[in-house]
Design a protein around this ligand. Sequence first.
Ligand code: SF4
Length: 350
Amino acid sequence: MDESKGDVHLFGPRPAGQEEGSASVGSQVTPGSNGGPPLAEMVAEILRLKEEQNAVILAHNYQIPAIQDLADFVGDSLGLSRQAEETDAETIVFCGVHFMAETAKILCPEKRVLIPDPAAGCSLADSIDVDSVRAWKAAHPGALLVVYVNCSAEVKAEADYCCTSANALKVIQAIPEDRQVLFAPDMFLGEYLREKTGRALTVWMGECHVHAAIGPRDVQRMWSEKPDADLLVHPECGCVSSVMWHAAIGDLPENRTQILSTQGMINVVAESESKEFLVATETGILHQLRKLNHGKRFFPVKEDAECSYMKMITVEKLLRTMREGVYEVVLAPEIIERARLSIERMMAIV
Ligand code: SF4
């Protein structure tokens, strides 16, 4: 096993100003502390405008606490997609990164979808573009393409199936064994799926710079400090293969080591008798976990595993969105139609 794998960065730019392993400045901005109105006042105005405009606010689990606390729904990509589909609201305000807001627009083309900062991108989504995915497909005629939800609408439009970390395993298992499968863009999730399914997936070598940096040594260090804690690992993490291997040979207790989506972590913790958890993913999830589980303790496997793209969404920007109707997500109808097929095929499986 390559123990240095988690430290490798092959693709995907970091946001400007963020060095590897550093914390972002975005999360340290205290709403209302920069001379603007106090936080409570801004939140009240956001909620008033939300009612007035028949809008719903969706927030990803990695958003700053203030955004999570005022949202109508907080969840992972799959949960937020479902909420977007089910809502009666005329406007969806998406507090997350750009590909997530695009996914909401794909699922609800008749609704207005707004994102408070369109520059909130994703290093993983940026690791593959439509030209490279077309060339990859052309080099593998007859193969089916499964894309992880972290990619652009144009890339989704090229795919046969979409998937999220919550359902990737089921999606791969639903494809007949005799079909070759191309999986993009996350190599750690792809490797996890290869190991779990035993299938010879052809995997795109992309990564999320935040999760890839959570390596085997981080797990070992935290595990030695908290040997009684349960270990929850997101499959995008650089440590995922190592964790699976160590659990299989008994170095980590198999029954207390789980590889999960963020919503999977929330569900598992709610039902667990354990009192301590080591959490290997972006640290924004700790807010939900602590809020929902008093009496249980949560420790990040990597303290500075923070996505500065996610933290670009602030209360001030959300207030501007509610006041000015910026920034609307616009996609070509043809892209919506084709990308929607890959998402609908996923939804039909799970
Ligand atoms: S944590 Fe990684 S995968 Fe998630 S939005 Fe940030 S860069 Fe993308």
